[in-house]
Design a protein. Sequence first.
Length: 122
Amino acid sequence: MSRSHSTSTPTALAKRAQRFEELKRNLDQLEYFCKGTVLKRMTKCGKAYCACRSDPNKRHGPYFELTYKVEGKTVNVRLSPEAAPLYRAASAQFRKLKTTLQKLEKISQAVLKLQAKIAQSK
């Protein structure tokens, strides 16, 4: 094994370990989270002579829904206008959590690969 490779492995390991710890600290700042997307809907009613049928600007609403999947099926939950911002923030937190976990996994795989190389070279 070349000398430059063996000295760069501990450096690479240290850098990745530092980044891993930074990402773990981000998890401490996580707020409540939920899977899904908050939608704002404007709807048509069933009345034949209501203005909402012909004029999109006169549709009823807004109505808010949280939409997510459970076992391959879409679930829609009606939200009050007051609850919609709470769920929108929780949904954003969920996406942040997923992104952070993906980054942690990628770093973990790289560190494990490096640790395996170090273990083999001993």
